[in-house]
Design a protein around this ligand. Sequence first.
Ligand SMILES: [Cu+2]
Length: 705
Amino acid sequence: MITETHGIAHALLGNLTWAALPYVRAWRDPSLSEIIGAGAGSMVVLGAIALFALITWLGKWRYLWTEWFTTLDHKKLGIMYVLLAGVMLTRALIEAMLIRTQQATAINAPGLVEPGHFAQLFTTHGSIMVFFMAMPFLIGLINYVVPLQIGARDMAFPYLNSVGFWLTAAGSALMMASLTIGEFSTGGWSGYPPYTELAYSGGVGPDYWIWAVSLSSLGSMTVGINVACTIFKFRAPGMGFMRMPLFCWTSLCTAILMIFAMPPLTVVTLLLAGDRYLGMHFFTDGGGGNMMNYANMFWLFGHPEVYILILPAFGVFSEVISAFSSKELYGYTSLVLATTAIAVLSFTVWLHHFFTMGQGADVNAAFGIATMTIGIPTGVKIYDWIFTMFRGEVRFTPPMLFSIAFMMTFVIGGFTGIILATPPLDYMVHDTLFLVAHFHNMLIPGTLYGMIAGYMFWFPKAFGFRLNERWGRISFSCWAGGFFLAFFPLYVLGAAGMARRTQEVFDPAFRPWLYIALFGALVLFAGLASLFIQLYVSIRDRAENMVPIGDPWDARGLEWSVSAPPPEWNFAVIPHVGNRDAFYWRKRNHGAYVRADQYKDIELPKNLMCGPVIGVAAGLCCFGLIWHIWWIASLFAAASVLTVIARSFQRDTTRTIPAAEVEAVDRRWLAGAHASRPVPRQQEETSLNQGLAEGFEPDRAHGLA
Ligand SMILES: [Cu+2]
């Protein structure tokens, strides 16, 4: 809580006092809850120190700055997004285990953490999972894959791409800072007033939420603009819209959703900031405000957000199922139509998030029916994927296992969605664990499985070696089994009336179900741990699992037609596209692995420090706003604006790769392709796989000529 400070100290440090540190709080009140808080803060501090020391010890700062932090390469930015998502996923999953432990131990007992701490736990868990795990993960995959799939050298706006990443990273840093300096919001991931109004939540918690989310939503909006422009303007010659891989279609729809759905979120969080900082009354009950306006605007973002999260995963599943069934995607056109239909419909259903706020039976019925119609295009997709597998040469690789588990689990979640879309039934179970079970049932298979599948599918492309399949299967078993253990009990508990977000449980009959759910959460965490072990084992054994030729799964899109990892310029020569599944048909017709007639100089953007500078400045500016340290806020707001202005005067922004260098790299790779042994599908998970598919060997006669 804030104690008033005065005079110079207040001018310099705003509301920041010693009590902001969890250690001081734990010292004054050594309760279990405060000690857990201090422990969490220590993990962040120690982790940061360890990372800093490790990088310094390895002498890698210069390398990180020049190769990664200042890069404008869409591939490296994509990798950094996924890395950020992995860090945040770890934190939010630890929080999930704490939430489950609390409810399992707090049956007519205080449990581990106090109500205030518990409320912070579920708020950070939700906020991180949506804004700082799922969003960076899917944006990372889109960033990496889409330019390669459409035959482009980079995104349309590489500089904006870097700024978007660093804004998201700054928001994540604020989330982490809230563990060590101050506290986080207790108002849930949706930040509903009046909980988050000054009168009921006087600390800095909601301010952390407001500014972290604002940074992330600004970043996401720039990503939306960037991805949409890239797909509209940067497709290779011949790549018509109906020849794009399905992942590009879902990325395009997601990008358009971001452009339209992110601004309501930015606006609504800033209006809430107006209430809290300037004494306005947008959402207070006195002074003419109305929190209903908040609910409407938030969910005008919030429901499309669900599809921002799920559509890219649908794209991943389409690519994975087609590649590992060795078949062309069944019903491509219907998949495209279903994707666009979902994107449009997603803006017509937001009110189902507050049926019980009293807008009357007719309005509720209209939105309930609109909600149910989304099941139709989704069903179309499920059938298309099943028919893609039908009579295909299906291989149960880890990404394929995640895709199949997704289909089965997601459909169950869809059925419970129909229950919740029926207003009278929603009145029965809203605000219970039934709802919590439902949206985890949609988002874990529908987003997380897709993201993991995509990560495993494209990892060999990005790094040049395969991920260990055995650990992939172990991880899959944990994610798939842990999900049912963790969330099906919540359906039962919710139907029995257990309210969501409760810190203490009063009915002993809930005990066994809560124990099962806790066990499930532990299994899910084992799934995450297995992913890290898989990564470690794969890096350790990478020499045996190299796939430098770049096509380890006999897949179809243009991204597989280049080496693994791809050269910085992606394509030595921009390809011409004559059909859907462009690379597959080139392999068929001896058009793959052939030398270009002529190589040209390639222009690429120079590295730029503006992205990290703007990110750090924006993060510090928000930190100043949170603690009312006005000089920090204005100094760094000015710094980020000045950086943008300074950059606009820079003329010399590109560098040229000479044609000779492009040719040399391309020839070396082609020579490798001609020297490699093609691998049959049955052996693609062995060290025989060098990234060249059997049956599509380079044509020896046409050779290197
Ligand atoms: Cu919704």
